[in-house]
Design a binder for this molecule. Structure first.
Ligand code: CMX
Length: 438
């Protein structure tokens, strides 16, 4: 079996040469222009970042190394070992994102074993997590837990020892695999501490996602499958999203992967980004509470009424809209398909379906949003809720376990390709005025 490390080391010289050639021969080629709107409007659409692992098309949605979500479901190894029978394993996607190759089941199994072997948390981290107040947001706890694991960074040590920069990526890869390996237990400790008895049980005879489910306290093959799907689809969404971009930016200063991704987690914790999945459930529960109290059913009419109340209060409809996408998010669609297969009669799933029927029309009428369709966060919560995972304040932590894979696979290539410190130019309002008054 060719290992992940061997596969990567064989690819690096060719990729480095290709990028050097592109830069040398075409470095001055113009690929875009920047308007004042883009400069003050959150850099939407400006092409200014190299991203190897995935690409987001506004109409079609995400492709991981060229593969759509249905492609991944068809070709990546699954738990049963039969392609297409069940959801892809997270380890399969990790391999794909890092190497751009579809792994064999044997390769995936070797990666599962490697991740399990790297999972142990440093001794100081568990007491630290246990000491945190139960009402501290789970994402804050998650970020603290990962930051505290930084004592294990082999890259930080190697840098300190003065290794040449051509070798950085080898140490960064070590850290990346260790961070990905350690995140489930940090996440599970937080979940068990905040909502249960603090006890975390492992089952390393299972894959990464299955073991994570056991650590959270869930023992249901259908939930394992949901977790595999969930962890795969949240991994990567090209480079410009806030969590991936933050990881890349912080990593560009040669901060190690532990603290680079902890920074990414803090970006994910914002309500316009990853926290939206918790906000969706909060919005649905508020809607149900209101109409239950009024003795009214939740239907197209009452959802429409509630949506307008939200919009008129100058708040966003969580789970709708996107900075890049202009159609229904394929990550929404695959979760909807999962629900149709595993829980077609679930009450909250039907509410989500009804919201999906009316919301694009409402948002079009509202007339502001560039994209009136649902994004990934609009569906993930109700699937978890179905299995009794109702602690929605925690949902973004699951997103955070997954997003590590995309952000950190790219971070590997950032260092392997020797990408420089990121440092875009800012401008003053006076300078912008001087441009239009010329
Ligand atoms: N509800 C109400 N208003 C919305 C909206 C929504 N779901 N989505 C966008 N708008 C508003 C914007 O706030 C903006 O208003 P102003 O002009 O008053 O500032 C206007 O419509 C235009 O925004 P846009 O170009 O359509 O969207 P942006 O690229 O600026 O923002 C996003 C994208 C995701 C932040 C926005 O759609 C939003 O706030 N959605 C709700 C939160 C959410 O679901 N976030 C999760 C996204 C996926 C993820 O990262 O996890």
């Amino acid at each position: 079996v060719t290992t992940l490390q061997e596969t990567l080391m064989a690819q690096v010289p060719g990729k480095q040469a290709e990028l050097a050639k592109l830069k040398k021969e075409h470095g001055s080629h113009v690929i875009g222009e920047v308007t004042i709107d883009q400069c003050i409007g959150g850099a939407r659409g400006i092409k200014a970042m190299l991203w190897e692992t995935s690409n987001l098309d506004p109409e079609e949605g995400i492709r991981f190394r060229g593969l759509t979500i249905p492609d991944c479901q068809a070709v990546l190894p699954t738990y049963s070992g039969v392609k297409g029978d069940g959801e892809p394993l997270l380890e399969s996607l990790l391999w794909l994102l890092l190497t751009s190759e579809v792994p064999t089941k044997e390769q995936v199994d070797s990666l599962t074993a490697e991740l399990h072997s790297r999972a142990e948390l440093p001794a100081h981290v568990i007491p630290l997590l246990n000491s945190l107040p139960k009402d501290m947001h789970p994402m804050t706890q998650f970020s603290i837990g990962l930051n505290a694991c930084q004592t294990e960074s082999v890259f930080a040590k190697a840098y300190n020892d003065g290794v040449p920069k051509t070798d950085y990526h080898e140490y960064v890869l070590e850290d990346i695999l260790s961070v990905i390996a350690k995140l489930p237990e940090i996440a599970a400790i937080i979940y068990r501490n905040v909502y249960h008895d603090g006890v975390v049980n492992k089952d390393t005879s299972l894959d990464y996602s299955g073991n994570f489910c056991r650590m959270l306290g869930y023992d249901n093959p259908s939930f394992d499958e949901l977790m595999r799907l969930y962890l795969c689809i949240h991994t990567d969404h090209e480079g410009g999203n806030a969590s991936a971009h933050t990881t890349h930016l912080v990593g560009s200063t040669l901060s190690d992967p532990y603290i680079s991704y902890a920074a990414g987690l803090n970006a994910l914790a914002g309500p316009l980004h990853g926290l939206a999945n918790q906000e969706v459930l909060r919005w649905i529960q508020a809607l149900k509470d209101k109409f239950d109290a009024e003795g009214k059913a939740v239907n197209e009419e009452t959802i429409t009424e509630f949506a307008w109340e939200t919009l008129n209060a100058k708040k966003v409809i969580p789970g709708y809209g996107h900075a890049v996408l202009r159609k229904t998010d394929p990550r929404y669609t695959c979760q909807r398909e999962f629900a149709l297969k595993h829980m077609p009669d679930d009450e909250l799933f039907k509410v989500v379906e009804t919201i999906y029927q009316v919301m694009p029309g409402i948002l079009k009428e509202h007339g502001k949003v560039a994209n009136p369709y649902p994004n990934v966060d609009s569906h993930s919560g109700v699937l978890l809720w179905h299995y009794g995972f109702t602690q929605y304040q925690y949902y973004t932590v699951l997103f955070g376990v997954s997003r590590a894979v995309g952000g950190l696979c790219q971070l590997y290539w950032d260092r392997a390709l020797g990408l420089p410190l990121e440092r875009p130019k800012s401008v003053t309002p006076e300078w912008l005025w001087s441009q239009v008054k010329k």
